[in-house]
Write a protein that binds this ligand. Sequence first.
Ligand SMILES: Nc1ncnc2c1ncn2[C@@H]1O[C@H](COP(=O)(O)OP(=O)(O)OP(=O)(O)O)[C@@H](O)[C@H]1O
Length: 281
Amino acid sequence: MEEQITMRGVGISFGGAQALRDLTFSVGRGEIFGFLGPSGAGKTTTIKLLTRQLTADEGEIGVFGEPVEKLAGGAFRRIGVLSDNSGVYERLTVQQNLELLAQLRGVDKARVQELIEAVGLADARGKTAKKLSRGMRQRVMLAGAVLHRPQLLFLDEPTASLDPGTTAGIHALLRQLNAQGTTIFLTTHDMEEADKLCGRVAFLHHGHIEECGAPEELKLKYAKNEIVALLADGRRVSAEKTAEGLDRIRRAAGSCAILSVHSQEPDLEELFLQVTGRKLA
Ligand SMILES: Nc1ncnc2c1ncn2[C@@H]1O[C@H](COP(=O)(O)OP(=O)(O)OP(=O)(O)O)[C@@H](O)[C@H]1O
C-alpha cells in the first residue's frame, strides 16, 4: 500500500519532558487511521510534527513518501487540517467564511454550496460565525478543511463534546470523503468513534505506541479464552473456549436448553485499559 505517512523512531521533548518517544508507524493511502490516547498522550504533538508545525528531536517523518522537511507548498495543498488552531472569522457568515477560504485555495464556489449541505448547515448559511453553536462552528471548520478535497486529512478530535446527531453527520461526511480517496488521520479518545470509523488504530500512552492494528484483530488478540452460555432457566455458564469447555457447559445445562453461546470479546475501551493500564477519558 502506498504510504501517506511514516514515522520511524520519532521523539520530541519540551523543556526536558519527553512528549513522544520512539514513535514508529505508517498509514497507507485510503486508510482511516485512529490515533487513540488520553489527554496529554501526545496526539496533537504528533499532528503538529506531521504538518511541520513542530520539528522532531529525533527520528524520520515522511509524508506522501517524502521527508516532511522537504515538503513544498504544492504538497501542503494536498493536505487538510482540523485542529484547535482552526478558526473562523467571527463577523462573517458561514457562507462568507467558506467562500473566502475557497477563493484563497482556488476552489470553485459550487463546492462551498455542496459542503454547506453536506455538513448540514444549509439553514445556517447566513448566520454570522459569532452566533454559531460549538457543533456548528466545528462543522464550518471541517468544511473548510476539506474544501480543496485533500488527499490527506488530519483531524484532531473532530467530534469532541458534540451531540450524537452532529457526530453522526460528521462521521457520514468522513466516510464519504474516504470513499472518494481521502486518507484520514484522526485523533480521538472516543473508542466507539474509533471502532466505527477506523480501519486501524494505534494506542498512544505516555508518548509511545503500545499497540496498533485493526480493531477486530486487536479484539481477537486480547479476547478472553472464554465462552459464555445463556441457559433457558436464566443461568449464565462460562467455560474455556475448547471442546472440553463446551462439554462442561452441556453437562451444567443438563436437560435445560442452551439459548446462546458467545465468546467474550473486549471492546476497544477495555482493550485500551488492558494494554496501557489506563482509562482513555
Ligand atoms: N509547546 C509545548 N510546550 C511544552 N509542553 C508541551 C507543548 N506541547 C505539548 N506539550 C506537552 O506534551 C505532552 C503531549 O501533549 P499533546 O497536546 O500532544 O497531548 P494530546 O494527546 O493531544 O492531549 P489532549 O487530548 O489533551 O489534546 C503534554 O504533556 C503537553 O503538556
